[in-house]
Ligand binder design. Structure first.
Ligand code: EPZ
Length: 417
């Protein structure tokens, strides 16, 4: 099994351009089937989750593939509305195709996305929205059959600002008659990117970034180009690695605003941070201090996806930092692996307390999930000696080439097949 080997302890220094955002390109790939024509995506990251989406698009009858650096989809030939179990199991977030398939065909069939490393991944809010738009849903044997020969737009309130349910609602509403107003929608920047893409394709969506999003359904669509926004969590990962190891980094193709809660935490920990149009610079002496409690929350709160990453950066900080994970039930699975490196972390339900230790030691560790794996990269960069990271397929879901990117910052890192 492949492993990433990182020998930490040295300063990191360099400039990096940040890859496209996984959590933006996945709903956008689902949205391509709304248009029976061509979509060209630029800045699309080469990730295993993107490859899984391409396999789903091809199963549905679409043409999809890379043409140089561009990902091109032609949804004209789409002929199926079912996603088989083995493709659903490859990627939990494939439920995001449900709304788009219903909008295009009025039918959809897929299996329930099982639970995952972060705990159960319910889709009750997704289904509630589709029912309110007029879809009829039947569940049997783990398969979900949906029919919606006529969806009608209306006002829909989400009980929690679920990112996926917001995206599914927008895509389904694009196929509904009349206007849909989504209240208590998620405000994540990736939803703004989805809105920008949909409008480029001829759909009428407005309000993304706010809690109220309006969609005018059944608009004529056209071929579209779109450049995928940069990945704010990948950016947070490289900032945290430099913060932890010491050094300086300049990130290009990032939005300071989208990362403000993360950069504020790193600044409080003692890093010097500056930012401008599309760039963030961070300097750190590698000796960080504990910070005020970190509570994850829907955007614009502190992102749950950066919780493990910031925790890893603070493992050698002076003092203790309290984390409260308010979004997912089981998002501390990386803690046991960090403890193998000498981390002092106590966990009780959704609360974790990180007490800084003077040094971290390289160890053999395994990724437990995508961002838990990213946390191991951050800790490995700051640890003395060699860290061997296994189960790196988790990391490949969201990071194009972490060895390339950390090596660009001077890290002593390589992939061992
Ligand atoms: C998206 O997941 C992201 N994934 C996650 O990123 C991210 O952590 C999450 O949003 C929160 O920001 C993608 O965009 C592909 P939610 P999603 O619906 O849509 C509960 C990563 O590391 N819930 O906002 O699944 C749910 O269990 C991944 O890149 C229901 O109860 O997140 C969770 O506790 C991990 N019922 C909370 O809401 C539902 O129907 C927030 O989930 C849906 C969600």
């Amino acid at each position: 099994m492949s492993q990433i080997i990182i020998r930490g302890g040295g300063r990191l220094e360099g400039t990096l351009s940040v890859q496209g955002a996984k959590n933006s390109v996945l709903p956008i790939l689902a949205a391509t089937i709304l248009h029976p024509g061509q979509t060209v995506l630029r800045g699309c990251p080469r990730l295993s989750d993107v490859e899984a989406s391409i396999r789903i698009l091809r199963h549905l009858g679409c043409k999809a593939g890379w043409e140089g650096e561009e990902l091109v989809v032609d949804a004209g030939p789409m002929s199926r509305w079912d996603i088989p179990d083995h493709l659903m199991r490859e990627m939990r977030s494939s439920v995001i195709f449900l709304g788009a398939i219903l909008a295009r065909f009025g039918w959809a069939e897929l299996s329930y996305p099982g639970g995952c490393e972060l705990g159960p991944r319910p889709i009750d809010l997704h289904l509630a929205v589709l029912r309110q738009l007029g879809a009829r849903l039947q569940e049997e044997g783990g398969r979900l059959r949906c029919s919606a020969d006529h969806m009608a737009g209306r006002e829909i309130a989400l009980s929690i600002p679920s990112v996926g349910a917001t995206e599914n609602a927008i895509l389904a509403a694009c196929g509904a008659e009349g206007e849909t107003m989504l209240v208590n929608a998620a405000r994540e920047p990736e939803i703004g990117d989805l809105q920008e893409f949909l409008c480029a394709m001829g759909c009428k969506v407005r309000g993304a970034g706010s809690s109220t999003i309006c969609v005018a359904g059944r608009q004529p669509t056209r071929d579209a180009f779109h450049t995928v926004m940069p990945d704010r969590i990948v950016a947070a990962t490289w900032l945290a690695a430099v913060a932890a190891a010491g050094g300086e980094v300049e990130l290009e193709r990032v939005s300071c605003r989208h990362l403000s809660t993360v950069t504020a935490a790193l600044h409080e920990a003692g890093c010097r941070i500056s930012g401008g149009e599309g760039r963030i610079a961070l300097r750190s002496d590698g000796f960080l201090r504990a910070i005020a409690p970190v509570r994850t929350a829907p955007y614009p709160g502190f992102p749950t996806d950066a919780q493990a990453i910031l925790m890893a950066a603070l493992l050698r900080s002076r003092g203790a930092t309290l984390f409260v994970e308010n979004i997912f039930e089981n998002r501390y699975r990386h803690v046991d692996e960090l403890r193998r490196m000498g981390a002092d972390i106590s966990v009780a339900d959704r609360v974790a307390v990180v007490t800084g230790v003077p040094r971290l030691c390289g160890a053999g560790v395994r990724c437990t999930d995508l961002r838990g794996g990213a946390a191991l990269l951050v800790a490995g960069a700051a640890a003395e000696g060699e860290t061997r990271i296994g189960d790196i397929h988790h990391i490949r879901r969201g990071y194009e080439d972490p060895v390339r990117d950390l090596r660009a910052l001077g890290a002593d890192i390589h992939l061992e097949e």
